[in-house]
Design a protein around this ligand. Sequence first.
Ligand code: HEC
Length: 128
Amino acid sequence: MNVQMTRRTAFAVRCIFSISLLFAACALSPVAQAQQQFTPQPEDPEEFPDGPGRDDAFYACSACHSFKLVARQGFSRERWDETLDLMNERHGMAKLEGKDRELILNYLAKTFPPRTQPRGFQNPFVKQ
Ligand code: HEC
């Protein structure tokens, strides 16, 4: 074996060693671990307050986004009514009409009304 050959072999060994180190680092990285542990959590209508129209609302709204997005709002009946139009006009939700609309609107307005207390930290020294 000549000197040239030995150098080349040494270079190849170093390359393989660095590449395997890189793989090991990737496998151990927190991102890789998080991906392995991630299991999507399916939503279930049972998670939300019971009432007439709950399942209808759940399936109508969770076709596109999480129902939690809906449940964390607190709107008046008018605002919910406008939201239904907004979802239809802006996002292409099938138009809700007649009894279905009434049922879903009743559920939303009754279950997620405007909050009396604003969320977050309340300064006890400031009068609302
Ligand atoms: C065809 C798809 C679709 C359907 C069905 C749908 N939405 Fe949406 N909705 C969207 C999109 C897109 C957004 C905006 C994306 C986001 O904020 O994640 C959104 C956002 C929202 C928001 C948040 C608005 C904001 O300003 O933060 C509310 C509230 C909402 N939808 C309510 C509803 C309700 C109630 C229903 C069921 C009656 C519903 N959506 C059904 C597509 C849809």
